[in-house]
Design a protein around this ligand. Structure first.
Ligand code: BGC
Length: 464
């Protein structure tokens, strides 16, 4: 990555730039089996002893499945203009294909109506990691048929909601799905195989392509892919570190964007996976490479990379002693967000971009504090600082000409941080898990001002 241009102080964002927040179904909804829903791989994984920190599960989560009206009112009170959420596939199709569960579909239909009534634009993600368990029983993402399954599920939603939802996402972070779910096993379905990971990746991309194709037949608005990007910087000038950085960058940042936008994989993947990297049928790339209306980028951190023995990358990260790290151990490094947006445009061209996730877990207490005037309050200055610096970094990229259309803060609510359970709080709204009481943290009140000023308040000093 090359250096970012210097920032200017006039924080003018383009007209129509959308300010919002993001969540995902399994992380907030709870009631995973309510109203005829089928189990997902996350319901299973969470109920397998030893997989989740503290034995946490998504059975209750933020109880959003029952409190969604209150949550929409909360969004409205903060002035959110957009809300990115995901649909649970097995609520809508309990067996993954075939029979539609009207009650499951209806939940999302009512949510979308409520958002629109409150002037909040819905951004709908079709897949945020919760594959129907019934499809996992048929091989899940390792089965080539998954492209047809996914297109069938997507089409049910296009038919039901495209009149009201104008921004659609196929997959959230295919890299995490395969690295966590099929290579290292820390996420559902918990497999650990160098041979399976490339197959799952490739099939996810085929499914993405099939869902975009189906959208062109049935939908009338916008569809795109969401990837997580973690810029890689070499730890030294050595040739070994340069090569490790290149491998890590190809593996994490190019593995999905290259086939989706350029129609081929980066050559380093063969080097990384060796005999586990198959020769893919050429026609697959015609399916995978579909014209996209936008790309969503999730950015949290960078990594300073050095050559070291690790499976299968042979690259590792070096901690930066002068930097701040979040509760998840991620370095706070906003400049990389500007740099990655410039890299994206150089590499893939003039495709509109949304920041579909950005945010940080810092320690917040389990209960909000009661102030002298009786108000509940959660002070989170580190999160405000993080958001402030990252929004300025987005602005710098816009100034440099990158077509960024919106910013979705991760996350609206504290929620289930996957296998880390409820131990990490990413929300701008605090959730007391004992009572389900929501309290906007200071960061939410700060973000509300940023939204109300369309970014201009980013020039102001930070609150104490
Ligand atoms: C995911 C979210 C997750 C967040 C923080 C992203 O990888 O899309 O579901 O909670 O990062 O780890």
């Amino acid at each position: 990555m090359t250096a970012a241009p210097a920032e200017t102080c006039d924080f003018r964002f383009p007209d129509g730039f959308l300010w919002g927040a993001a969540t995902a179904a399994h992380q907030i909804e709870g009631s995973p089996l309510a109203d005829g829903a089928g189990p997902s791989i996350w319901t299973r994984f969470a109920h397998t002893p030893g997989m989740m920190l503290n034995g946490d599960t998504g059975d209750v989560a933020c109880d959003h499945y029952r409190r969604w009206r209150e949550d929409v009112a909360l969004m409205k009170s903060l002035g959110l203009q957009a809300y990115r959420f995901s649909v649970s596939w097995s609520r809508v199709l309990p067996e993954g294909t075939g029979r539609v569960n009207p009650k499951g579909l209806d939940f999302y239909s009512r949510l979308v109506d409520a958002l629109l009534e409150n002037g909040i634009e819905p951004l709908l993600t079709l897949y945020h990691w919760d594959l129907p368990a019934a499809l996992d029983d048929r091989g899940g993402w390792l089965n080539r048929d998954c492209a047809d399954w996914f297109a069938e599920y997507a089409s049910v939603l296009y038919r039901a909601l495209d009149g009201r939802v104008k921004t659609w996402v196929t997959l959230n972070e295919p890299w995490v799905i395969t690295d966590g779910g099929y290579l290292h096993g820390a996420l559902a379905p918990g497999h650990r195989s160098r041979y399976e990971a490339p197959i799952a990746s490739h099939n996810l991309m085929r499914a993405h392509g099939a869902a975009v194709q189906a959208y062109r037949a049935l939908g009338r608005h916008r569809i795109g892919l969401v990837v997580n990007i973690e810029p890689k910087y070499p730890a030294s000038d050595s040739a070994a570190d340069a090569a490790a950085t290149r491998r890590a960058h190809a593996y994490m940042n190019e593995q999905y964007l290259h086939p989706a936008l350029l129609g081929h994989y980066p050559p380093e993947l063969k080097e990384i996976f060796g005999d586990a990297w198959p020769d893919w049928p050429a026609e697959d790339f015609a399916l995978i490479r579909q014209p996209l209306d936008f790309v969503g980028i999730n950015y949290y951190t960078r990594s300073v990379t050095r050559a070291q023995e690790s499976y299968p990358l042979n690259a590792g990260a070096v901690r930066q002693p002068q930097s701040t790290y979040t509760e998840t151990g991620w370095e706070v490094y906003p400049q990389a967000l500007t740099e990655l947006l410039l890299w994206f445009r150089r590499t893939y061209g003039e495709i509109p971009v949304y920041i579909t996730e950005n945010g940080a877990a810092f320690y917040d207490p389990p209960q909000a504090r009661i102030e002298e005037d009786g108000r509940r309050r959660v002070r989170d200055p580190l999160r405000i600082d993080y958001l402030h610096r990252h929004l300025r970094a987005v602005h710098a990229a816009i100034q440099a000409g990158v077509d960024v259309r919106g910013y979705m803060l991760w996350s609206l609510l504290d929620n289930l941080e996957w296998s880390l359970g409820y131990s990490k709080r990413f929300g701008m709204v605090h959730v007391n898990y004992a009572t389900q009481e929501r309290t906007p943290k200071d960061s939410a009140l700060w973000y509300a001002k940023v939204i109300a000023s369309h970014g201009r308040s980013l020039a102001d000093p930070l609150p104490d």
